[in-house]
Design a protein around this ligand. Sequence first.
Ligand code: SF4
Length: 239
Amino acid sequence: MTDLEALCAQYEGAPPGEVLAGALEHYPSAALACSLGLEDVALVHMASLLPMAPRIFVLDTGRLPPQTYDVLEALRLRCGLPIEVYFPDHQAVEAYVNSHGINAFRESLALRHACCRMRKVEPLARALRGADAWITGRRRAEGPTRADLSLFEADPDHPGLVKINPLLAWSLEDARAYVRAWNLPCNPLHDQGYPSIGCAPCTRAVADGEDERAGRWWWERPEHRECGLHRQPATGENR
Ligand code: SF4
């Protein structure tokens, strides 16, 4: 059994707050990636209850909906923790937009990946400098790209780093219930049919019966609905 498998076995079925606390004992330099959705708001709150909170960071792509910025500010004030914000390289954005157009990500999968790489993946690499692990709010129930998550898993895109997913067993309703119970900031788009919220032009509301991430890059096939921040460890496929 590898160290990661042993950690998965040790924390299997444990409440998320316990997983988070245990994760920080094993990975004291872990950083929490906060997308400002329900799950990450819950994780930031759990972190604020610990004696020593992890670093918390947000990736501001420049294309987020205005409601998301309101959550960022409200969460910072509510939880009393510093939240670092990382931006894309402005020269890369200017070159992309001036060559391809402001909404070129709809034209091809390659241009969409290039946009996510520039606005998310590169800033993520900077945000993770010095970290030994990162914590995400991903859940298995979100859809096919997340069905095989583990509590602790190697990150194929950042060799040597571990990804920790304390909420993997939560349902969307679990996340909603936690945020309501603690009266935490909540993006109003969640109540307008947006279970998953990313950049404004790449997110729409989902219809009844659609999977939770169906509104992300809805014009693409379901197995492509990831932004390049997360890859399947088993296959190495970029999702
Ligand atoms: Fe670009 Fe859309 Fe990816 Fe945001 S989600 S980085 S706008 S392609």
